[in-house]
Ligand binder design. Structure first.
Ligand SMILES: CC(C)(COP(=O)(O)OP(=O)(O)OC[C@H]1O[C@@H](n2cnc3c(N)ncnc32)[C@H](O)[C@@H]1OP(=O)(O)O)[C@@H](O)C(=O)NCCC(=O)NCCS
Length: 146
């Protein structure tokens, strides 16, 4: 998926808030160290493995599924693909931020085994708090043969 396609899908998925990420921002992110993309036609997950060594951390930068394709498991599949790739890159745990007001995403993450690790009051432009969620990756499948 090209930076232009990522920007278009991100805007469609998130609407106006928060500000959609631009094509240039996606191009810069894709070129940054440790950043990886997992995509299907109707969605994508963008992640970063912060320390490419055993015991490192990973971060889910964004997750987006087109409105017309939701509630069919794509978001969960992309999240699992992010977790598997992060583990394959040596991360032992992963983190993400989600708005306290984002019910659908919070439900998805909770069901997928992510748990609360912190809160950033008033973090988003709309005044909502960011919840920091964490998931240990020890039990996550990398999809690789032993
Ligand atoms: C959050 C998002 C990625 C979910 O994608 P999705 O493909 O619909 O997710 P799934 O189909 O895998 O849903 C898995 C579970 O999450 C929960 N869930 C997802 N959307 C929900 C909603 N609107 N309301 C309540 N629960 C919801 C449900 O438990 C769901 O399982 P179910 O459909 O069997 O009930 C999608 O809604 C999206 O792109 N939202 C806008 C962008 C965004 O908020 N991204 C996350 C930012 S941190």
């Amino acid at each position: 998926m090209t930076p232009a396609a990522l920007a278009a899908l991100h805007a469609e998925a998130f609407g106006a808030a928060p500000r959609p990420w631009t094509e240039g921002e996606f191009a810069s992110l894709l070129a940054a160290p440790g950043v990886f993309l997992r995509a299907v036609p109707d969605g994508f997950a963008l992640g970063r493995a912060l320390a490419p060594a055993p015991g490192g951390e990973a971060e889910l930068l964004t997750l987006a599924v087109r409105p017309r394709a939701r509630r069919r498991g794509a978001g969960t599949a992309l999240l699992r693909a992010f977790e598997g790739e992060a583990r394959a890159r040596g991360a032992a745990e992963a983190f993400l931020e989600v708005s306290a007001r984002n019910g659908p995403a919070r439900a998805l993450y909770s069901r997928a085994g992510w748990t609360a690790a912190g809160r950033r009051p008033g973090y988003y432009a709309d005044g909502s708090d960011a919840l920091v969620l964490r998931r240990g990756l020890d039990a996550v499948s990398t999809g690789l043969s032993p």
